[in-house]
Design a protein around this ligand. Structure first.
Ligand code: ADP
Ligand code: MG
Length: 404
């Protein structure tokens, strides 16, 4: 079964269409530092307003605790959307309260209304199905139809992602359709060699995916925060770097499994170690098995892969026909620790085949380092969601749109 399309909803002129977007952008002091997810949401909104629908946009932002918190207001995002699309964009200061209801009522054909952060309401992420369904019902009251387009959250069973879609005629938006199209190509018949590059800081989340990827790939390249758990598994000391000590046995299991399957797991041979977590910290390049032998001894922090590793990773990537990359190789936000991420990004742009970048921070990294979006075949707006898709897991937010 394939995803239901917007066309399957029939003519939408004059209809109220609730669109679940993923507008969870990085903010610093109320300013959007990467608007990639807002731009990625625009085509679906334009398509709907273009046919005269009354569009009600819903999204989460950050992790507020089920109650209003001005720090996580979608107001700046609504303002950015207003700049990006032709149509007027209004904003409601609550999600399903009196302001939302009044503004939904006032919405004219072809106009857009952004409701306040879904996660200001405890029902959105509740573990209790009845609570989620009740909140979804309040959202559904605004809708003649629902379009789901927040790819970054399709792996979550949340009210706006899973329950709402079952209460009204629903379909996948253009972004979800495009994401699934590319990721399905990666899953079904990737051209080989197929290489997956993993990094970032959500170490325990991402370690789990390795088990599922091993049967599918030819090579796994490990950078970012998780590399230190691999080095520790090989018996090396890692100073004060990110380490999940309780995962060491698991990681040893992956290494053994990879050997048996003939999958190459490439680990760093050198790393950049710093005295502290800051852009002006003293730092040195050291062999991966000598992290505590720098002047910083056991307090040294591994913040990037080293130049030899970057070169080896880049060569492996360039010689692959299919590459999926999730997670920065180092703390790219600080200039001295961005080189590994830059080298991997550069190599991806040279792949003769399919190159896909997934993950909020990875996407932000390539943009911050000056790579245009068009240098890659696809930049996925969802990190966790894209990984779970590649693992072959069932994603509730896609199943509910007809995907199997
Ligand atoms: P994504 O959003 O692409 O899925 P993550 O959220 O898992 O990626 O991780 C991104 C973060 O990982 C970045 O903020 C980066 O600074 C951090 N990171 C990368 N390497 C390291 C490291 N060696 N130590 C600490 N943090 C790291
Ligand atoms: Mg992230």
């Amino acid at each position: 079964m394939t995803l239901r399309t917007i066309e399957s909803l029939g003519p939408l002129a004059g209809k109220r269409v609730v669109v679940r977007c993923d507008l969870n952008v990085p903010l610093q002091d109320g300013v959007i530092t990467d608007d990639g997810r807002v731009r990625a949401s625009a085509p679906t909104l334009e398509a709907l307003t273009g046919q005269g629908a009354r569009v009600i946009v819903i999204s989460h932002l950050g992790r507020p605790d089920g109650a209003p918190d001005p720090k996580y207001s979608l107001a700046p995002v609504a303002a950015r959307l207003d700049e990006l699309i032709e149509r007027p964009v209004a904003f409601a200061t609550d999600t399903v309260g009196t302001d939302a209801a009044a503004k939904v009522e006032a919405l004219a054909d072809g106009e857009v209304l952004v409701l306040e952060n879904l996660r200001f309401n405890p029902g959105e992420t509740s573990k209790n199905e009845a609570e989620r369904t009740a909140f979804a019902g309040e959202l559904a009251a605004f809708a003649d139809a629902v379009v789901s387009d927040g790819f970054g959250v399709v792996h979550r069973k949340q009210a706006s992602v899973y329950e709402l879609e079952q209460l009204r005629p629903s379909a996948a938006g253009l972004l979800i359709a495009a994401e699934v199209d590319v990721l399905d190509r990666l899953t079904e018949s990737p051209e080989r060699p197929y290489t997956v590059v993993l990094g970032g800081s959500k170490v325990s989340d991402k370690l789990g995916v390795i088990e599922h990827l091993l049967p599918r790939v030819d090579a796994l390249l490990i950078g970012g925060g998780m590399l230190f758990t691999f080095l520790a598994a090989q018996g090396h000391r890692v100073g004060s770097s990110l380490l999940e000590a309780d995962q060491i046995d698991t990681v040893n299991g992956y290494l053994a499994d990879a050997r048996q399957r003939g999958v190459d797991i490439l680990l760093p041979t050198d790393v950049v170690v710093a005295a502290s977590f800051s852009a002006d910290a003293d730092h040195v390049v050291t062999a991966a098995d000598a992290i505590e032998e720098t002047p910083f001894a056991a307090s040294g922090l591994g913040l990037d892969i080293g130049p030899d590793t970057a070169a080896a990773f880049a060569e492996r990537i360039r010689n692959s026909r299919t590459v999926f990359w999730n997670g920065p190789m180092g703390v790219f936000e600080l200039a001295p620790f961005a080189a590994g991420t830059r080298a991997v990004a550069e190599a991806l742009t040279e792949v003769d085949g399919l190159s896909v970048v997934g993950g909020g921070d990875s996407a932000a990294a390539v943009r911050q380092l000056g790579f245009g979006d068009d240098r890659f075949d696809h930049i996925s707006t969802g990190g966790g969601a894209s990984l779970e898709f590649l693992e072959g897991k069932k994603l509730p937010g896609l199943e509910v749109l007809g995907w199997q």
